[in-house]
Design a protein around this ligand. Structure first.
Ligand code: GKE
Length: 335
């Protein structure tokens, strides 16, 4: 039996990963997050759950004890609205990765996965809409997203050097805007898919015509559905490669196109109030999966429309029952 530690288990991706392992008799699960348990998106009583700050070395030593595999999904993050306004907070997550890597060596852990981001990619390659997908090599020369992206790029390199210098087996995945049910949809950290589903649902419920859209809506992205993200991450983890891989979608759309899709799902047409002074991020971003598919064999299965149907349905249920993301977490733990 292997002992697995999920750092950031109270978050969106961490919660879904914990769910994947919890009933597998081959694994013993340890979950860690800085948030109090009542704010975790998913909790599992049969896991060993820790609420502690992984920026502290002593805490990383504690949770990695006798652990074989570490999944580091812990960082202070959110959509554009959060990372553009909290650069120092985002950069402080470097302490989590640093201390976890040190603790992994000290406690002789076998394997370590770091969750990086498409925000590491060179900004000058993302100045147009509908850009060619970003290849793993496009992170250099380095000009990542300020704050959040620099932390991710630095931490990626630290993984590489811990492998080279100390022999720790590391895996690094670059996630491209992961979305899906049981994730944040309000409060300021939500990304575009959840935010726009929420806005259209609220407009329909209140019989309103107009929603706020950040930017001119022509900026482009690709969005990866959560189940594809979990599968891709595990395939990279189980591979023999210490290289860095994209875990993203190649289905690039403009924000306006994504709104069209959500309008059709919701059966509610809206007018768009474009807010050009809001956080926008890069002009165009998408994933090129040719390398990860060739080396690992992974590619996503879920279309954007299929993923948005499920995400819209889940957010719609929460809003209908008068729940925001905090209330959702609290009611979850009371069950
Ligand atoms: N969050 C949000 N909320 N974004 C909106 C909204 C809204 O109501 N309306 C339009 N947008 C626009 C943003 O201005 C941005 O141009 C685009 O949608 C995507 O925003 P996002 O989903 O918040 O985040 P980004 O793709 O720009 O960046 C995210 O990238 C990921 C990696 O690909 C980051 O925030 C990280 O969450 C993550 O690493």
């Amino acid at each position: 039996m292997k002992k697995i530690l999920i750092c950031g288990a109270g978050g969106f991706i961490g919660g879904h990963l914990a769910k994947k392992f919890i009933n597998d008799k081959n694994y013993q699960l340890v979950c860690a997050d800085i948030k109090p348990l009542e704010y975790w998106f998913q909790t599992f009583d049969s896991a060993e759950n820790h609420c502690l700050d992984l920026k502290d070395y002593n805490n990383t030593l504690k949770v990695t004890k006798n652990v074989d595999y570490i999944f580091n999904l812990a960082c202070n993050m959110g959509g554009m609205g959060f990372i553009e306004n909290n650069k120092a907070e985002c950069m402080l997550s470097v302490l989590i990765n640093t201390n976890l890597l040190r603790a992994a060596i000290k406690n002789k852990c076998e394997k370590y996965l770091f969750s990086s981001s498409a925000c590491v990619y060179n900004g000058s390659k993302q100045n147009e809409t509908f850009i060619p997908g970003l290849k793993e090599t496009d992170a250099y020369p380095a000009e990542p997203e300020d704050g959040y992206g620099w932390e991710k790029l630095f931490s990626e390199r630290m993984c590489r050097h811990f492998t080279e210098d100390f022999g720790l087996e590391t895996r690094v995945v670059r996630f491209h805007n992961i979305y899906g049910p049981v994730g944040t949809f309000d409060g300021g950290r939500e990304k575009a898919p959840a935010a726009l589903c929420r806005k259209i649902i609220n407009a329909k419920n209140k019989n309103l015509k107009k929603i706020d859209v950040w930017g001119d809506g022509e900026q482009t992205r690709s969005f990866l559905y959560i189940s594809d993200c979990i599968d891709g991450m595990l395939e990279v983890f189980n591979s023999n490669s210490t290289e860095v891989f994209n875990i993203g979608s190649e289905e690039q759309v403009s924000i306006n196109q994504m709104i069209d899709t959500i309008e059709n799902i919701a059966a509610h047409k809206v007018d768009k109030n474009y807010q050009l002074d809001k956080p926008l991020g890069v002009r165009g971003r998408s994933s090129d999966n040719s390398y990860v598919t060739k080396k690992i064999g992974w590619k996503p299965k879920t279309t954007l429309k299929e993923g948005l149907v499920k995400t819209h349905q889940w957010i719609s249920q929460q809003i209908s029952s008068g729940t925001n993301i905090d209330k959702f977490c609290k009611s979850n733990i009371e069950k």
